[in-house]
Design a protein around this ligand. Structure first.
Ligand code: SF4
Length: 438
């Protein structure tokens, strides 16, 4: 197999969406299939009632492996393909650096149609999104990502239903008079935890997101189980968390694992963060960041920043703050993650910076070029200066690569959600005034 298109994920990883649907990986959501693994009857394979192990040889997984064996990009992997073309670091590149897999072994032990013998490729990495239970309703999320979105979804769309990969979700009022659904409660399934317990000893890395993973009590039981069975010292835990919840109980558990990596979803400071990740509070988030920065050596963390139309103008200020004012000793201090760890908001398309009109793209370009000039005047290491250039290059190249036609909808959507949440985009991005004051 050629080195070029190979990715370790289809061979050794398992990924579960927040609704329990099994998928190739989280990056595969840009394709027609959205990377969802399906049963023979075409229904989505769901962790609540499908064997995790058996699903590894379902049709889509075989197809992805087979394409990679032929050195062709699978359709599911278009996001990595695009990111690499525009100079951004793709997840595929990240995983290839982190996992050693012998290409010859892979070739010899994978059939032409992509079938593998499960025992030849034990699961080493689990990507688990424990439902959609979350205390925030971030603007780039929706009801499938966060239970806190239900009320706003109904106000925004006038509908009590929406579609997810498993089918139609119907929101119904609960005893407290709030909209709710049980569609995301798959992680209470006994068969799921039985399989998890059986595979525990071979697993080396568990990535957890939600919803908000630190809200999920069952996940703490699982961590306790891993500690009790003696697996914890072999396992790296990785989180994407909004960092609203950080307490002694969590920290005590984390200290017993081989390593804990915490991607803190912090997209900016003050009002910008509070706008994009409503109803988070910057002051308490900053306190938790400072605690995180001082934890034991086995726990390290980074600012996992999502760049959208809401914070794209603010990111340079946030970077300056990180470099000169935050006083963080360890957050984003490694060579691999030297300043911030940014991701582009690919969807929804109206929040993607490719939807900005040309004159706003020009303003963004000027602002990011000024950031480079600022960096050159600062007492930064060569490595930090290079990292700064890479961030700027990556964002600008990505932004200019395409022009999406979703700006009008961005205005309509933002204005409506502002009214629902009693917020005002112009306090966050004054550059948008000519468009919103029309
Ligand atoms: S190439 Fe990218 S999209 Fe495809 S499996 Fe790997 S990480 Fe996922």
């Amino acid at each position: 197999m050629s080195e070029n298109v190979f990715c370790p994920i289809p061979w050794n990883f398992l990924a579960i969406r927040s609704n329990g649907d099994l998928r190739v990986c989280c990056q595969a959501n840009q394709s027609k299939s959205r990377g969802i693994i399906r049963n023979e009857d075409n229904s989505a394979a769901n962790a609540s009632n499908t064997s995790l192990i058996a699903s590894r040889n379902f049709e889509l997984m075989k197809n992805v492996r087979s394409k990679m064996l032929q050195n062709e990009w699978p359709e599911e992997c278009i996001r990595c393909q695009t990111e690499e073309k525009t100079g951004l670091r793709s997840r595929r590149e990240y995983e290839r650096e982190n996992w050693f897999i012998d290409n010859e072994y892979v070739k010899e032990n994978t059939k032409e149609d992509g079938t593998i013998v499960i025992e030849d490729f034990p699961l080493q990495y689990l990507d688990l999104r424990f439902g959609n239970n979350c205390n925030l309703s971030c603007r780039m999320c929706g009801p499938s990502d966060s239970s806190s979105w239900y009320e706003d979804h109904v106000k925004l769309t006038g509908k009590t239903e929406y579609w997810d990969t498993h089918g139609k979700v119907e929101l119904k009022k609960n005893a407290a008079g709030k909209f709710s659904t049980t569609d995301y409660d798959w992680y209470n399934s006994e068969s799921f935890w039985k399989e998890m317990n059986e595979m525990g000893s071979g697993v080396r890395h568990i990535y957890m997101a939600g919803g908000e993973p630190l809200l999920i009590e069952k996940h703490f039981s699982f961590l306790n189980d891993c500690i009790g069975k003696g697996f914890a010292k072999n396992i790296i835990l990785e989180y994407n968390t909004n960092l609203s919840f950080l307490n002694e109980k969590i920290i005590n558990l984390w200290e017993q694992f081989k390593q804990v990596r915490v991607g803190a979803s912090i997209d900016g400071m003050g009002d910008v963060l509070e706008y994009q990740r409503h109803p988070i509070k910057w002051d308490s988030t900053l306190k938790n960041l400072q605690i995180l920065d001082g934890l034991k050596e086995n726990i390290f963390s980074w600012l996992a920043l999502t760049i959208t139309n809401y914070n794209v103008f603010h990111v340079p200020e946030f970077i300056k703050w990180k470099l000169k004012e935050s006083n963080f000793k360890r957050i984003n201090s490694s060579k691999k993650k030297p300043i911030i760890t940014h991701h582009m908001c690919h969807s929804p398309l109206h929040l993607n910076i490719r939807s900005l009109p040309p004159e706003l793209k020009e303003l963004v370009t000027n602002k990011y070029k000024d950031l480079i000039a600022w960096g050159n005047e600062q007492d930064l290491t060569d490595y930090q200066k290079k990292a700064l250039e890479n961030i700027v290059d990556g964002v600008l190249t990505y932004m200019e690569a395409e022009s999406y036609k979703d700006w009008d909808y961005f205005i309509e959507y933002t204005a409506k959600l502002d009214r629902i949440r009693n917020q005002n985009i112009l306090n966050i991005v004054p550059e948008y005034a000519p468009y919103f004051q029309k």
